[in-house]
Design a protein around this ligand. Structure first.
Ligand code: SAH
Length: 247
């Protein structure tokens, strides 16, 4: 885990020996399950460290740039709530939970076999209070236990920004924020999202640019603030946000 440890430290995220051990276990289980199910196309050990683990942790850099040290805006004793929409094999939600164990992290995933992997991972990593939900964002966002409840909603590789806004913004509390993890298409996707942001109550805060070691393509994290409540009509029925994006 040298690459992860060194570059996380450079990002201001020192990892404890226990956390490094957890990332070892995560990689081992990911590669093991990947023999049976297609969980990731990235199978080189160092690539997993950079493209999955380190990339997930860039959310912490974006949070710090926007709000100062993560969690600072919460009152003492209150735990920060974070939702990962379309978590897949756990990115970025599980690395964030490993590094920030006190946060209430919830993973939402629509595919059953990925949910089973996430549950297995939770057990082997001993992350007892990691919540894993099997379902679609369009449905869960109607549930008052989850709608407008989260300080941070994060997503990577789930949909283009206009559709992704509809799958994420309904979950953010007023003043809460969405982080859409993007590559070099970030600006173009944001340019297409003006109507979606307006309709759903979002407001672009900033696009945080981060270089990952050894990768040519720069990572871009689109941070959107929930400035107004999302109207009850959104999100629309499952599949509609992607089929007929608000543009
Ligand atoms: N975030 C992970 C997985 C990306 S693949 C990563 O970056 O590695 C996209 C994942 O989102 C898939 O696992 C898919 O099942 C899930 N997904 C897509 N649309 C969804 C929706 N509307 N609700 C919940 N999960 C969804």
């Amino acid at each position: 885990m040298d690459l992860l440890v060194r570059h996380a430290k450079e990002m201001g995220i020192p990892l404890s020996p226990r956390q490094v051990e957890a990332f070892h276990t995560y990689r081992r289980e990911l590669l093991e399950w990947n023999k049976k199910f297609n969980l990731t196309a990235i199978t080189q050990e160092e690539q997993i460290e950079v493209r999955h683990f380190l990339d997930s942790l860039t959310c912490l850099v974006a949070m710090r740039e926007v709000c100062g040290p993560p969690g600072r805006e919460r009152r003492a004793g209150e735990r920060l709530r974070l939702l990962d929409v379309g978590s897949g094999a756990g990115f970025p939600g599980v690395p964030l939970k490993i590094v920030c164990p006190r946060w209430r992290v919830v993973l939402l995933e629509a595919t059953g076999k990925k949910v089973r992997f996430l549950e297995h991972l939770r057990d082997v990593l001993g992350l007892a209070d990691l919540e894993i939900l099997h379902g679609r964002a369009e449905d869960l966002a109607k549930d008052p236990a989850h709608r407008e409840q989260y300080d941070w909603v994060v997503a990577r590789a789930v949909a283009e920004m206009p559709a992704l806004a509809e799958l994420t913004l309904p979950f953010a509390r007023l003043g809460g924020k969405v982080i859409a993890m993007k590559g070099e298409t970030a600006e173009a996707e944001v340019a297409q999202s003006g109507r979606a942001f307006t309709v759903l109550g979002g407001e672009l805060v900033k696009i945080v640019k981060i270089a990952l070691p050894g990768l040519v393509e720069e990572r871009r994290l689109v941070v959107v603030r929930k400035a107004a409540c999302t109207p009850d009509a959104y999100p629309r029925r499952p599949g509609i946000p992607a089929k007929r994006p608000l543009k």
